[in-house]
Design a protein around this ligand. Structure first.
Ligand code: COA
Length: 261
């Protein structure tokens, strides 16, 4: 499945790699790339051969260097509002609530909308050369794709305020210390490390991955009670094929088979 600025590759069984393909513009997110990413994720959602999605940027310099500044420099207040609203809806919130785990492979600059995209993913790994920041204040803006909300939740309010107000970039090592990325590896090992983690996820019940994402996310939503959501999602697992396979396998002292090869 390929688009003009986005490619989707099936790697090993059940793993898909989504790559943003605008290397000359450091993979900046223009309107059509955002819409193509949305279409790619919609297709991956219903693809039974995909259980984990990795997302990265093409080239060795950037994951995504932000929203495409050349596209919105002339925007009015109304157009700016719509840009953020639509983007959050079709891409950033869509990925956060995706029914399959999405891992960001941050392979270089992740700035502005790029860091916001990585933060919308369920977790992040970075290469040693990665640099992360929210430089919107240097453009007379603030982050508009969820950055002011997700960054404090991931790294704490004080550190987030410092990053947002200075607009500065942090190294992969500091991002790791902050808990913004889970692991830092050499650039050539980034995708293979993500694949190893994806393979471990795939050994487990796919329905459990889906509801675990919902339960964790519920705790970060102001209009939801995370504990109550957990109770009802926990209950919803009983009687499912995955539950029957998992518990039967344990009681019969064998490994569960959730279809992973
Ligand atoms: N929007 C549009 N184009 C962008 C872009 C963005 N966010 N980020 C990079 N590009 C383009 C540059 O304009 C340049 O295009 P050109 O070759 O046609 O002039 C190309 O990508 C390469 O970028 P360049 O700035 O020459 O690379 P660099 O190595 O000197 O600097 C960065 C790298 C990331 C520090 C710098 O590109 C940058 O600051 N980008 C903007 C980051 C930002 O503010 N993002 C938040 C947007 S809301």
């Amino acid at each position: 499945m390929n688009f003009e600025n986005v490619s989707v590759q099936k790697l090993e069984s059940f793993i898909a790699l989504v790559t943003i393909e605008r290397p000359k513009k450091l993979n900046a997110l223009n309107k059509s790339t955002i819409s193509e990413l949305h279409d790619a994720f919609v297709a991956l959602e219903s693809d039974d051969e995909v259980r984990v999605v990795l997302i990265t940027g093409s080239g060795d310099k950037a994951f995504v260097a932000g929203a495409d500044i050349s596209e919105f420099s002339e925007f009015s207040k109304e157009e700016g509002t719509l840009l953020a609203k639509k983007g959050q809806e079709i891409l950033f919130d869509f990925i956060e609530n995706f029914s399959k785990p999405v891992i960001a492979a941050v392979n270089g600059f992740a700035l502005g909308g790029g860091l916001e995209l990585a933060m919308a993913c369920h977790f992040r790994l970075a290469s040693e050369n990665a640099k992360m920041g929210l430089p919107e204040v240097s453009l007379g803006l603030i982050p508009g794709y969820g950055g002011t909300q997700r960054l404090p939740k991931l790294i704490g309010k004080g550190r987030a305020m410092e990053m947002i107000l200075t607009g500065g970039m942090i190294s992969a090592v500091l991002a790791n210390t902050y808990g913004l990325v889970n692991t830092v590896v050499a650039q050539e090992e980034l995708i293979s490390t993500c694949i190893s983690i994806a393979k471990r996820i795939i050994q487990n019940a796919p329905n459990s991955a889906r509801v675990a994402i919902q339960a964790v996310n519920a705790g970060y939503k102001n209009d939801m009670n995370g504990f109550q959501t957990e109770v009802s999602l926990f209950g919803s697992c009983f009687g499912t094929d995955d539950f029957i396979e998992g518990t039967t396998a344990f009681l019969n002292k064998r490994k569960p088979n959730f279809g992973a090869k």
